[in-house]
Design a protein around this ligand. Sequence first.
Ligand code: ADP
Length: 457
Amino acid sequence: MRILMVTAEFAPLAKVGGLADMVAGLSAWLATEGHEVRVILPAYGVTEAPALRRATPDQAPPGLEIFELIAPEHFGDPAVYLGDDRDALRFALFGEAALAHAQADGFHPDVIHAHDWHAAAAVALPGPWTPSPPTLLTLHNIGYQGIFGLDALPDGPLREALRDPTVAEPRLNFLAAGIARATTLTTVSPTHASEILTAEYGAGLEGLLRERADRLHGILNGVDYGLWSPAHDPLIEHAYSAETPDGKAHNRAALLEALGLVVDDQVPIVGMITRLTAQKGIDLLIEALPGLVAAQEFSLVILGMGEPRYVEALRTLAEAHPGAITLLEAHDERLAHRLLAGSDLLLMPSRYEPCGLTQLYAMRYGTIPVVRATGGLADSVQHFDPATGEGTGVVFRDYDVGGISWGLGQALAWFAAPALWSRVVANAMRTDFSWAKQGPAYLALYLPSNDRLNRIE
Ligand code: ADP
């Protein structure tokens, strides 16, 4: 099949979060399966004359071609998202240009696969082909919809195509416009696919999503174990695997040394690698930490950037509890890998989590996830049962101090019992969320079935 991937992020060229990893991993897997995958993303921070630039790495599988759209007026800034009204025109034009360039280049897609609101214009617009190819819009995070006043775009077909169909008030909503028009919709875990039909998780889109529920599928993200495996990760100090787990202790020691921390072997290192936003449960963490630190012994290391109010609160907590709480305010790919390898636990107390990738990575690194039962966290982590020896982590239910304290307490109890601990670690390291497992579900949706052909207007 010929697949046109339209995305704002693609690892490692442009990465803010899991979106970049997911699109890169899925695209590479599709190409290794023999499909023709053309990826288009903006060339951030490039100020050359407008053009389309080939950015396919040498080691890319045949069939994968990556193009960056150079448009200095809109993407000359190195930031992926500017976070203001300029993003409306940036990503409306990007979606339109992605289609126009594919057509001009003679790439006639069998399916257009767009990701999140930044690429939704590519499915909301009619496009240059007759008949229009089927479209698939993946909802990685409906907390971000691309809502703007009408005047964020000039009057014309783009503005009309991106109007919000869910409210009477005239405004733009890129994601809602895409959801209304895409042939097929996916989100990144089965649990989240049902969650977003409810008012609690639907972010105002639940009505529209319920209308289209027959077209909505939940597919858990895959992992590119070529990049995320402690057996051959060039970014960590000591290789290890489920068969040779000893290297993990050396990575732990190297991490502590690099951070200037002294932490006893009996005290677990709890890592977090996360955007510091409300979604990630940072408000709950801040509320819970004083009590957690007083009651239990652990060393929390947070690698993250985000909202200033959270950064400040965490900084204050870190200053009050040196050694017990460390804040690394950075976006650092190497440190993310080293923290995964060196930590004993990974904490994800998310308020909502469409899929979550860090918990999937953590398991392969023998780092036990402590997650709240929501979205992809609920679908990927199995609560460990000491009686049967089955399970891969801690899953706590309630988004409150009681929930997170109970979750961490469970993990600390198992950590203190070496036989239980080596069992849960071994279980986690043997999990397999490879694209070979998750990818075929996308292919099944790309392939036109009679049912879908009949429904395409
Ligand atoms: P989200 O996409 O919602 O941010 P995910 O768990 O799906 O959450 O993906 C997060 C991705 O971003 C992972 O690859 C993680 O390693 C990376 N990441 C998050 N914060 C940082 C950081 N401060 N430094 C390096 N990588 C980070």
